[in-house]
Design a protein around this ligand. Structure first.
Ligand SMILES: Nc1nc2c(ncn2[C@@H]2O[C@H](COP(=O)(O)OP(=O)(O)OP(=O)(O)O)[C@@H](O)[C@H]2O)c(=O)[nH]1
Ligand SMILES: [Mg+2]
Length: 193
C-alpha cells in the first residue's frame, strides 16, 4: 500500500491557522531529531515533503499535510531542543496542548522515538496528553538500522516499559532501509477508517 497525493494544507502557529478540514487527522510528535519528518516522508514515499535535516528543532509550527484527500498528517515540532530555557514548556502549553485538546478530528498520536534512547519526561508528557484526550498512541521506534536485530528487540522492550504500553504495540522502523513502514500504514488505516 502507498499514498499517492500529498499536499501541504497549512502551517500553523495557533488555532486560527489550523486548516479548515474535516478529514481524520493523525499527529506525529517526538523528541527533536527522533525522525518524525523522515517517518512522514517514508509513509508518503516522498524524499523532501516534510523537512528533514541536521538542524534540530527547526520546525516550530504545526505542519498539516493532506494525504489522498482522505486524511491529514500533522507534523509537530521536535521537543527538547534546548535553545532558550523553557522553550519546550512553552511549546507544549501554547502549541501542542491546545491542538490535542481542541482538534475534534484528531484520531491518533504517532509518538516517534529514537530506538537508542529511553523515553524522557517530554515523551511521557505526550503520553499523558494522549490519555487525557482519549487518543490512541502508536509508538514508532525509528533508526532500527542503528542496532542489531537482537539489540533492537531489547531496546523496544525497554521503551515500551517506560511508556507503559505492551512491546507488541510498538512499531520498529528504519527510514534509511525502509523497513517497518507497512505496519505503521496499517495501524493508521485502521484508526482513520
Ligand atoms: N539511520 C537512520 N537515520 C535516520 C532515521 N530516521 C531519521 N534519521 C536521521 O535523523 C536525523 C533527524 O531526522 P528528522 O526526520 O529530521 O527528525 P525530526 O524528528 O523530524 O526532527 P525535528 O523536526 O528537528 O524535530 C536526520 O539526519 C535523519 O536522516 C532512520 O530510521 N535511520
Ligand atoms: Mg522534523
Amino acid at each position: 500500500m502507498q499514498y499517492h497525493e500529498v499536499t501541504l494544507l497549512a502551517t500553523a502557529a495557533n488555532q486560527s491557522q489550523w486548516p479548515d478540514s474535516q478529514l481524520p487527522e493523525v499527529m506525529f510528535a517526538g523528541r527533536s531529531n527522533a525522525g518524525k519528518s523522515t517517518l512522514i516522508n517514508a509513509l508518503v514515499n516522498r524524499k523532501k515533503l516534510a523537512y528533514t535535516g541536521k538542524t534540530p528543532g527547526k520546525t516550530r509550527l504545526l505542519n498539516f499535510f493532506e494525504v489522498d484527500h482522505r486524511m491529514v498528517f500533522c507534523d509537530s515540532p521536535g521537543y527538547g531542543y534546548a535553545k532558550g530555557g523553557n522553550d519546550t514548556a512553552l511549546m507544549f502549553s501554547e502549541l501542542i496542548d491546545p491542538y490535542m485538546t481542541g482538534r475534534d478530528q484528531l484520531k491518533a498520536l504517532i509518538l516517534v522515538l529514537d530506538i537508542r534512547r529511553i523515553p524522557n519526561a517530554d515523551d511521557l508528557t505526550m503520553m499523558e496528553y494522549a490519555r487525557a484526550n482519549h487518543l490512541p498512541v502508536i509508538p514508532v521506534c525509528m533508526k532500527a538500522d542503528k542496532l542489531s536485530r537482537g539489540a533492537g528487540i531489547q531496546a523496544v522492550a525497554k521503551i515500551a516499559k517506560e511508556l507503559g504500553v505492551p512491546a507488541a504495540s510498538c512499531c520498529t522502523v528504519s527510514g534509511t532501509q525502509k523497513t517497518g513502514i507497512e505496519r505503521v500504514l496499517q495501524e493508521i488505516e485502521q484508526i482513520t477508517a
